[in-house]
Structures are given as structure tokens and as C-alpha cells.
Write a protein that binds this ligand. Sequence first.
Ligand SMILES: [Zn+2]
Ligand SMILES: [Zn+2]
Length: 203
Amino acid sequence: MTTVVKLRCRCGSVRGTLEEVSPSTVNHAICYCDDCQTFANFLGSEGITDAWGGTDIVQVGPARMKITEGAEHLRCVRLSPKGLHRFYAGCCKTPIGNAMPPVPFVGIPRAFLDVDAEKSDETFGPADTVQGRFARGIPPAHVHPKASFRTLARSTQRVLSWLIFARRPSPYFDPKTGKPSVAPQILTKDERATHRDRPRAKA
Ligand SMILES: [Zn+2]
Ligand SMILES: [Zn+2]
């Protein structure tokens, strides 16, 4: 069974919907990577990351997402010229979606999903953990330092299914030109360094 999940930025100006949501149609992961932490610092609003710097993200097929209100508040930043497109609501600095065209996915941070915490596992499935080697402090023992084989296999399978069933771009891109619907701000190396709160760990 699938459900429709409401999307809502913190202040309520940007709203939308996610369709056909179930643990078997989405990828649910908490990402501890340094870029997600840098993005959270760039936005500077509370409640995006957990105590160890992890961002809870639900990845979906882009065609399953709609913005119904407040599209004029969309903003986009890239941490480098080739970085992910990271969209946020300019009204209240809520992160609202990460994308990397032409790969057919949009990663929606928890802060934009209007679902009670206790319904999260039931709605999206339990979260995998990835990139724990970048976590702040000592994360819980189950946090994976990179990504488990199971996580990688499952996300590959999902992306392939989205290629078939949900390929049409998310509302963050123009369906004709493939360009982002709002011109991205691209951070310089210095700007990016300012928002990183600690040096990058060695790979
Ligand atoms: Zn807002
Ligand atoms: Zn990340």
C-alpha cells in the first residue's frame, strides 16, 4: 500500500505532495557526509541535522513529487561547480530537495516532510546510515562508516525503477530544458570553507 505524504517548509509558505510513498518505493537514509553538514551550516537553521551531524533524507522518483504552493520561494545552492543541486525554501531556510540530473532522484530532507516522527519507519521504512566516518563526535555503533552493500544494492535498484516509472523531472527542473527552475548560487572554495566547521577527513 502506498500513501501520499505532505510537504511543508517550516513557515508553511512552500507546500507540496509526494505520491506513491511506501518503504518499497523510496530510499530512506541518514547521511553524515561533510557536504550535507556544510549545507546545513550554510542554511544555519536549527533541526536539520541530528546530534552527530546526520541529515535524515528520503529519496524518491522525481515524477512523484509536486510543489503546490510557494514555488517563488525556491532557492538553489551548489557547494562546488559540479556539486549536487541543493534546493531550499528561501522564506525560512528549510532544505527541500537534493538532485543530480540526469540521475532520476530527488532526496528530500526530513525537515520538509510533514510526517510525525513516530510514523516515519512505517511510512518510509527504517533509515540506513551512510558516511558515518564524517560524523561529529562518536556516532551510535550501528552507523555505517561509508555505505553497506545492502544500502548500495537497494539504492541502485530504486534508481533503476525510477528511471522506468518516475523519470519526469521533479518540479525543481524545467521539463523542457532540464535546467534548474531557479539559477543556483555556486559557492567559491572560500565560501564553502567558511561553512564547513571542520577540515575534511582523509578518505
Ligand atoms: Zn518557509
Ligand atoms: Zn550527504
